[in-house]
Design a protein around this ligand. Structure first.
Ligand code: ADP
Length: 325
């Protein structure tokens, strides 16, 4: 097999803190290995339109601490079509890119998998999503930073909740995954987390109402995932509580969770995954996501990372319940 000589790197889908640190790591690891590296702007969109520029060591100076992605991200419907992917491949040929590193979530890897099969181009993924919802890795880039953003915000909400003796419902991101809600709740000392993974088993809200919330405390904070599966989100949960005579306040944290300077954990994770992604290409790996399990780097086939459900640790729910007595 032909040795890789030029790597293309892109960020795609939802942005996440730590993406820049990963771009920096990929760029410098490639250069260290005497490879060329080219940045593809705006995800698959830039691959199709040819927004591609060579990166040097200095191109990634002073970005490790920045949130978002300096090479931009976009959703690209055209990449769903064979014609769009053909244009993308033609641009790869034109730019002499013979290996791709894509930083994104499950949509990004779904596209990468199809593209790689169609055109026999090696593609390696780096998981970048605050939701932490990719199978086969303990953590994704941005998750730890988002958790820290959440607890800082909720610490402030707690001041008001306590002063006014109020019940607060806090909605956090995680459309199909309750990692942010569950761990955010534990780290904030909240009462409960209503998450999509559990909602089908028990009506957690009913349980809370039945127990009269925290009996020994006058204020309560309940986390809800934005998911439709998690009780319909914070507004729907609040409506149900009003019907039962409560007077809850709702805070939807929204996009603040996606921004900000990455935490130390995310910077280190991004740096390690960037090195591993270039190494993977040099080792002739293809169609795998770089993951981290028990603090060791692993390769996870795209097919598994995308399709398999990553389970929440239900023991954490017990911890939350136990500590909120
Ligand atoms: P994320 O990677 O954060 O999950 P998206 O789901 O928006 O974000 O996916 C990012 C991009 O990946 C899409 O805009 C599209 O260009 C590409 N993509 C997603 N699913 C597919 C698919 N089935 N076929 C081809 N490309 C896809």
């Amino acid at each position: 097999m032909k040795q890789i000589q030029c790597i293309g790197v892109l960020t795609s889908g939802g942005d996440a803190p730590g993406m820049n640190a990963a771009i920096r790591s990929v760029t410098r690891t490639a250069i260290f290995n005497r490879l060329k590296v080219k940045a593809i702007f705006k995800g698959y969109k830039g691959l199709i339109t040819g927004e591609i520029i060579p990166f040097e060591t200095q191109s990634v100076s002073n970005i490790i601490q920045q949130g978002g992605t300096i090479i931009k991200t976009a959703r690209c419907p055209e990449f769903h079509t064979p014609e769009g992917r053909k244009k993308a491949y033609d641009n790869l040929l034109k730019e002499e890119i013979d290996g791709l590193i894509v930083i994104g979530g499950d949509g990004t890897f779904t596209g990468a998998r199809i593209f790689s099969q169609e055109y026999n181009i090696p593609v390696i993924g780096i998981p970048g999503t605050i939701d932490n919802d990719l199978y086969g890795t303990d953590y994704t880039l941005g998750y730890d930073t988002a958790l820290n953003t959440i607890i800082q915000a909720v610490d402030k909400i707690r001041d008001t909740a306590t002063s006014h003796e109020r019940l607060f419902i806090v909605e956090v991101m995680g459309r199909d995954a309750g990692f942010l809600a569950l761990n955010g709740a534990i780290a904030s000392g909240a009462e409960a987390a209503i998450i999509p993974e559990i909602i089908t088993e028990t009506d957690q809200l009913e349980e809370l109402i039945h127990n009269g919330f925290r009996k020994t405390k006058n204020s309560s904070i309940v986390f809800v995932s934005e998911s439709n599966l998690a009780g319909g989100g914070a507004m729907a949960v609040a409506e149900r509580l009003k019907e039962k005579g409560y007077d809850p306040r709702v805070t939807i944290l929204g996009h603040v969770q996606r921004g900000g300077s990455p935490s130390a954990l995310d910077r280190i994770l991004a740096s390690r995954m960037g090195v591993a992604a270039v190494d993977a290409l040099l080792d002739d790996a293809r169609s795998v996501m770089i993951g981290i399990v028990d603090n060791e780097i692993v390769y996870v086939p795209f097919s598994k990372a995308i399709k398999d459900e990553k389970p929440v640790n239900k023991y954490l729910l017990d911890v939350l319940k136990l500590l909120s007595i």
